[in-house]
Write a protein that binds this ligand. Structure first.
Ligand SMILES: Cc1cc2nc3c(=O)[nH]c(=O)nc-3n(C[C@H](O)[C@H](O)[C@H](O)COP(=O)(O)O)c2cc1C
Length: 384
C-alpha cells in the first residue's frame, strides 16, 4: 500500500513515493538544487507568507479556470515545465507527461535533453506544445531543433536563459549522478535495491537524447554530469542579439525562461517574446536568487499588460497558483509537482498529481468566492 499512488494526495506524498522507487542518484537529481538549496526552499516558502482573503456568497456553482497563454487556451492555469532525462525517472518518460497534458488540455513542455524526439511528440500529441531550447555552441544543433519544432507543429519555443553554466548541484556530486547513469561501486547497491527501476532501464527502449545524439556524444554515449554538460556544451557568449536571431528563425511564439529582473522582462518584449517564465530553474542554478513568487509583482507591474507572465517554480498546492494569479501571473508552471509522480507511477501518477492540484484550484476558487481567474486580484491577498 505504501507504494501505491492511491495513497498520494499531494506533492509531498509523491515525493516520498519517488524516494522509495528510485535509485538514490536519480532521486537526488530531481529533488536537489544548487549550493545550500536556500532558493529551492524559498520558492515554496514564499507562498506561505501571504494569506488569502476570501469573499463569500458569490454564486460559485459554475466557475471557469481556463486561461490563454502563448496564443493557446488551456483548461487550467498550470502547465508542465520542460524537464530533462524523463525516461530515467520512469520508462514511459515524456510520453507519460504528454498523455496527461493531452487529457487536461494544458501546455506540455519538453526539454532539449528530452528522451523522446520532437517528431514523436509532435505526431502523438495535439495539446499545446512548448519546446525548451538550450542554446548550444554547435549552431547546427540549434538550427536542427528549431527546424524540427516548425515541422512538427510545436506552438512555442522557450529559450532557457538562466543556464549559461551549470549550477553547483552538490547532491549530484555526492551521488556521482551522470547522464547516462553510470553503475559504479558507490551507486551499485542503490541500483540493486531497486530492481524494478534497474530492469526497466536495462531492458526497455535504450536510453537516448534524440535531439542531441547526432551532434554530441556526451549525455547519450559518454557519461557526463549535467553541470559539466551545461558548462562545456552551451554557448556562454549569447546576448540579446542571439535571442533576436532565434526569434527570426523560429517565427512563432517565443518565451524566455528564467527572467528575474524588470530590466530583462522589458528587453524580452523588445526582442519579440510573447511570454516570460519568471523562474530560477527550481533553485538549481543561482542559489540565493529571489523566488519567482517574491519577484512577481515587480515584473507584472512593469510588463504584465504587454507579455504573458508565467510564475514557474515552487508550486506544490492549488493555493500557490491562486496566490500567483492574484498578483497578476497569467499561469503557473512546475517541474517537481509532476516529476515525483512520474517516478512513482508513470502516466497514472502524472495524471493523478495534476488532477489533485486542478481539483484544489477549483475548490479553492469556490472557497475564495471567485467565478473566473479575472476575479483574482491583489485585494485577495495580505502580506504578513
Ligand atoms: C529534474 C529536473 C530537470 C529539469 N530540466 C530542465 C531542462 O532540461 N530545461 C529547463 O529549462 N529547465 C529544467 N528544469 C527546471 C524546470 O523547467 C522548472 O523551471 C523547475 O522545475 C521549477 O521548479 P519546481 O520544480 O519547484 O516546480 C528541470 C527541473 C528539474 C527538477
Amino acid at each position: 500500500m505504501l507504494n501505491s499512488i492511491k495513497n498520494c494526495f499531494n506533492t509531498e506524498d509523491f515525493r516520498k513515493l519517488a524516494k522509495r522507487k528510485l535509485p538514490f542518484p536519480v532521486f537526488h537529481y530531481i529533488d536537489g538544487a544548487a549550493d545550500d538549496e536556500v532558493t529551492l526552499r524559498r520558492n515554496t516558502q514564499a507562498f506561505e507568507e501571504v494569506d488569502l482573503i476570501p469573499n463569500v456568497l458569490k454564486g460559485v456553482e459554475n466557475i471557469d479556470i481556463s486561461t490563454e497563454i502563448m496564443g493557446k487556451k488551456i483548461d487550467a492555469p498550470l502547465f508542465f515545465s520542460p524537464t530533462a532525462l524523463q525516461r530515467l525517472f520512469h520508462y514511459e518518460g515524456e510520453l507519460a507527461v504528454g498523455k496527461a497534458a493531452e487529457k487536461f488540455n494544458t501546455f506540455f513542455g519538453i526539454s532539449s535533453l528530452a528522451t523522446v524526439s520532437i517528431k514523436e511528440i509532435g505526431n502523438r500529441f495535439s495539446c499545446p506544445k512548448l519546446f525548451q531550447l538550450y542554446i548550444h555552441k554547435d549552431k547546427g544543433l540549434n538550427e536542427s531543433m528549431i527546424e524540427k519544432c516548425k515541422i512538427n507543429n510545436f506552438d512555442a519555443i522557450a529559450i532557457t536563459v538562466d543556464t549559461i553554466v551549470g549550477g553547483n548541484r552538490e547532491r549530484d556530486l555526492y551521488t556521482g549522478f551522470t547522464s547516462p547513469p553510470k553503475l559504479d561501486l558507490k551507486s551499485f547497491l542503490s541500483f540493486a535495491f531497486h530492481p524494478d527501476w534497474t530492469l526497466n532501464y536495462l531492458f526497455r527502449k535504450k536510453f537516448e537524447l534524440p535531439e542531441l545524439q547526432d551532434f554530441v556524444q556526451e549525455g547519450t554515449n559518454i557519461n557526463i554530469s549535467i553541470g559539466d554538460y551545461f558548462s562545456t556544451m552551451l554557448d556562454q557568449s549569447i546576448t540579446w542579439d542571439s535571442i533576436s536571431d532565434i526569434k527570426n528563425k523560429w517565427g512563432g511564439h517565443l518565451c524566455l525562461k528564467g527572467i528575474m529582473s524588470v530590466e530583462d522582462a522589458k528587453k524580452a518584449i523588445d526582442v519579440g517574446a510573447t511570454a516570460i517564465m519568471v523562474s530560477n530553474h527550481g533553485g538549481r542554478q543561482l542559489d540565493g536568487s529571489r523566488s519567482p513568487f517574491d519577484q512577481l509583482a515587480e515584473i507584472v507591474d512593469a510588463v504584465g499588460d504587454k507579455i504573458d507572465v508565467i510564475c514557474d517554480g515552487g508550486i506544490r498546492r492549488g493555493t500557490h497558483v491562486l496566490k500567483a494569479l492574484s498578483l497578476g501571473a497569467k499561469a503557473c508552471s512546475g517541474g517537481r509537482m509532476y516529476l515525483y509522480a512520474l517516478a512513482g507511477s508513470g502516466h497514472k501518477g502524472v495524471e493523478r498529481a495534476y488532477s489533485l492540484i486542478q481539483d484544489e484550484i477549483i475548490r479553492d476558487m469556490k472557497l475564495m468566492g471567485c467565478r473566473s481567474l479575472k476575479e483574482l486580484n491583489r485585494n485577495n491577498l495580505r502580506f504578513r
